[in-house]
Design a protein around this ligand. Sequence first.
Ligand SMILES: [Zn+2]
Length: 350
Amino acid sequence: MKHAFIRIIIRLFRITRAYCILCPVYRGEGVILGMHRVVPNCEKPRIASNSRIEITPEFLEELIRFFRGIGYEIISLDRLYERLNRGKGTGRPFVCFTFDDGYVDICRNALPIFEKYNAPFAVYVVTTFADKSAVLWWYMLEDLVLNHDTLDISIRGRDYSFKCPGHDQKEGVFNRLRSVLMELPQAQVPEEVKALCAPFGIFPEQYTDQLMSWEQVSELSRHPLAIVGAHTVHHYNLRMLSTEREVEWEILESKRLIETRTGRKVFHFAYPFGSRQEVGRREIEVASRCSFHTAVTVREGAIFPGHKRHTEALPRIEITGRHQDITLVDMRRCGTVSLMRNGFNRQVTL
Ligand SMILES: [Zn+2]
């Protein structure tokens, strides 16, 4: 109900361009954009919750040109930290480009674009991704569902039988399987999906070429335009971990591994998933003890000078495949969505 209401208001803002009035009050000093993958559109049918983390190279270029066109400065996370802490900066509004997880398309498709525009960006790397030991179970499930019109499977001794000849049914089956898996302890999900997919000839090794290797992470960390940040070891929902110690290990171990592999200090962190369901006070307190300069969530919001005291929970504007629309980005950088989601509170933290 609340979401439907927000959608109507956003549509009204868009048609009337009323959001321009709010801009001076809600746009703050600038924004951090949060993205995942940059891949060209493909003809192949996809499961929406997977394709939503992909934007096209064309849209990435459009974003860079849009922000430069309206006078924004594209700055690195290091410059953002300096600007917040020491008030250093040109006074122009800024935008930071960040990408979560460490998919290889950031090296192949995004890096050449940032080089073309001489613009800085950051990638938050999951260390089991770079190890190639992570099981990309969401893509395995996608192929399982897309390639079969009937499925008779068993999860933890419980049998499931699905008929899914049409795409909408496949989306439904994917979401059903995912919610069944999400009920399990997080560490068990990869093994469960491996067992589920093996009889269909779907194996984790078929997917690891989508991830950056340690060599690529290391090369990126030496690139003058790129910053490599940490994003935990396993990409668990940190809030679901039972002890503070486990949360701390996930964060600190990923920082240590990246520093060892790249020979460079890691000063920036992104919470996995990053919404309120996955990041609470405990996670923020733990991250604040891990010697980072900045840590980001996906709470929607712009950056204000007061964020100087909250660099361990900076909001971002999450750009997804569903939101490849410059007018919508314009509205969001003005704070239109943030003010509705956060009860007119300008400075979003926890
Ligand atoms: Zn992530």
